[in-house]
Design a protein around this ligand. Sequence first.
Ligand SMILES: Cc1cc2nc3c(=O)[nH]c(=O)nc-3n(C[C@H](O)[C@H](O)[C@H](O)COP(=O)(O)O)c2cc1C
Length: 520
Amino acid sequence: MAYDDLRAWIAALDRAGELKKIRTEVDPILEITEITDRVSKAQVGSGVHARPAGGPALLFQSVKGHPGSQVLINQFGSARRMNLALEVDELDEVAERIRAFMDVKSPQGFLDKVKMLPMLAEMGKFFPKTVSTGPCKEVIKREKLSLLDFPILQCWPKDAGRFITLPCVVTRDPKTGKRNVGMYRMQIFDEKTAGMHWQRQKIGAEHYRERLRETQPGTASAVDLMARTSGGSQLPEGTVPGGKMEVAVAIGSDPAITFSAIVPAPPDVEEYLIAGFLRQKPVELVKCETVDLEVPASSEIVLEGHVHLDELRSEGPFGDHTGFYSLEDLYPVFHLSCITHRKDPIYSTTIVGKPPMEDGWMGKAVERIFLPLMRLTIPELIDINLPVEGVFHNLMIVSIKKSYPGQARKVMNAIWSLGQAMFTKCIIVVDEDVNVQDIGEVALKALNHIDPERDIQFMLGPVDSLDHASRLPNYGSKMGIDATRKWSTEGFSRPWPDEILMDEKTKALVDKKWKELGLE
Ligand SMILES: Cc1cc2nc3c(=O)[nH]c(=O)nc-3n(C[C@H](O)[C@H](O)[C@H](O)COP(=O)(O)O)c2cc1C
């Protein structure tokens, strides 16, 4: 059954032997990162068989400068913990549930309708419900507020300061009223302000642009507005001074909610609904005190405030997912108006940096869960792999069932048109018989199968804000490699060689003799 809150999740981790409590005093400035990084890099096996294991989740119980505070980190940092978080034995179970829901056809008769009832009842569990109060209201502070009260980490030496790294940032679309929950880091500027690092193409940033459009009807063009949130330092003409957008930030909830905030869901699908689907129990929400937004009732810490529409401030550098520092850039500023929290709140956080790290396991979960959804628009997809070294956006390997000439390129274009998959810098398309999870096999077959000049497709378009090599921030080139077998209908006139495979008879013969050969 669903975890009620972060504490129930921590208890479950402890029971599963997946939690290490640390009582030695540690510094939130750099030291927690160094410890967590070493733990994240733990491996099982050795030599060529070594693979990342992620180490345990860590609960630091004595944090320098924050007596009585506790810091939870690496909660999602292994395959087993990611499964535990989503309460499955294998992530494919979640994909299977999604597939089952998508398979629903229009009922043909009474019996069909009756058969759909359990599914409809299950769907009823997904929708969030608003309750009158909850544990996150145990302490309500409207005065003497300070973000510095929390044991927020400075992760890496050249980071611009302390960063909240695992916040669920709640905003509302001013046009449709729909909520969004996104995970966008927040750099602490001082007691009451923090950077709001929603990247240009994310939904929080779009809500912000909608508010801008709303406050200056008919004046600045949409292009100006985009420029303002794309690294331009000029405020667009006509910006209403004092215009605001409400924001709430929930930190520390049950794992399904935290995970939902990173899921690249379409704008119209609310993350609270996704969390309800994942945990199979509605998310309980409470209304904020000072803004018209709702947050999970069980949150450990809630920050309420505003982003001013006429203010941008330099944010970063920050040691990022890529293994490099993301560069300074202009982002909106969050102004704190109220803090509510549980008594003795547990501060939940993560670090990002050179992979493998906790976020790599979260990315893998997204990969598994999104495969059936990607198949809706790309039905020929067999499997996908986003290797952790590709840091989400740099590399996607896909296998396809190829049925017509040029299909690999069609698949590339479809991926570049699909939500946040648009950021994928390099796509390798292979035939269905290649196991994309086996990088060795992919390298062997892909490199053998390409004539680079013929098989590489370049594309210009939006790229991830974290890409430090693109010609411009957020805009650059992408590459697709068609590593499928080439067909005569694609202009390939030479014969294609057979793959070397031993025949079954000889294999069986050697199997029988294997022990006797003493080669084990
Ligand atoms: C640990 C972690 C930190 C992240 N930080 C940011 C960030 O600072 N800014 C950002 O735009 N996306 C960040 N992301 C990625 C977004 O959370 C992700 O793209 C999500 O789908 C955005 O939500 P949205 O689609 O509702 O905008 C982060 C992801 C993880 C796992």
